[in-house]
Design a protein around this ligand. Sequence first.
Ligand SMILES: [Zn+2]
Length: 460
Amino acid sequence: MGGAVAIGALGAGGWRLASAQDSDNGGGVMPASNEYLIRGGYVLTMDPALGDLSDADVHVRDGQIAAVGASIDAPDATVIDAGGMLVLPGLVETHWHMWTTMLRSMAGDVPEHGYFPTSRGIGAHYVAEDMYASTRLSAAEAIHSGITFVHDWCHNVRDPEYAEADLRALTDTGIRARFAYGSPTGASNDSPLDMADVARLAVNWNDYSNDGLLTLGLAWRGAGTEASRQDYVAARELDLPVSVHVNNFPTSRGGIQAIEDAGMLGPHVQVIHAIWTSPEEIEALARRGASVSLSPWTELRIGFGFPITGDFLDAGIPVGLSVDTPTLTGNADMFAIMKAIQNVENSRTQDEFRLPARRVLELATIEGARSMGLEDNIGSLTPGKRADLIMVDTRALNLGVFTEPAHMLVEAAQPANIDTVMIDGRILKRDGVLTDIDVDEVIDDAQRAQAAVRERADWW
Ligand SMILES: [Zn+2]
């Protein structure tokens, strides 16, 4: 009997049953985290001590990677056939304004329809349930696309209900995430964030963490005003990490230096874009242990400039990759993001070999996890880490022939090639189909919410 036949039957029985019984369509109760043996795949562990293993198995138990290697014996496990598949850690996303996803491709071609007027103009008319609809659409797209961790940079919390709705969407989809609490879009930088509500969430985080899948951070506005400096101090008293957009434009140089001069740079700080960053600022980031998030598609699309990826990597600064906003970029295709980051860096430095595919794949996995402070939990298929992984089916027209796997993933793969997605040992995509998310409902909900908010905002 062919492995695939037996496995298909077993696998379907295991996860479909759990899904059908436990799901209430809106989510909230996840499929069971069963014991699985992923058999016979090409495994890119992204752990330098383990390397790549061809024709190898991954054993998952209790939501963890239990073992990786050849011919693992796990008689009680549900077997998943990985023949013809690349098996690798789930892709790690490091900055995404998920509330903007339902404004997909809405940044227009004239200044009054640019990204900032659009997101601020419509975002001011959001109701709390719009946060739910857009963030659930985002998380569903993420899981479909092989992204198992997102940094939900939520800069439109108009009152506590908005944060609650956003967190509920993350919880219902089963994704792993950091929720970064931010002020309402368009708010003055002189108006303080609702730090009392941030503190309320922080002290009650056990009620929100979805069994440890979710963590909390601050979506910070930088060291420019007294109000935002106070936000920083309050967040640090709660031991929260902070993340900030800096040095986006040539005219906004010096943002990192200002944070350094205020004594606020440290390993708890992630800076985003940082295109127009001086050598002194790069040195400060490295010295303080801060990390960087790069979103090549938004940086290119809006005209910030070219990400200086290799300059950060040369300095030993952890770099993660990000979606930022589908309002500008359309989708959340992390393969395309990897390809862009490689091609821009090689072209910027006029060097075909500047950023190898393997290094780019690290940015989307273990290096991205390191940039979020999560490298002990996720980012590689290392026994003891949480079981966040994906399987990419190479039996597709855009792949088909088997060459160097990192090159295939960075240059050729697409979200449509993702066969299976597992987060924390739960199968959320199988045979190319989301198992626990009602896709039609998610889309209907987002369409309804988007039409209504455009109406309220009187937007074209
Ligand atoms: Zn951003």
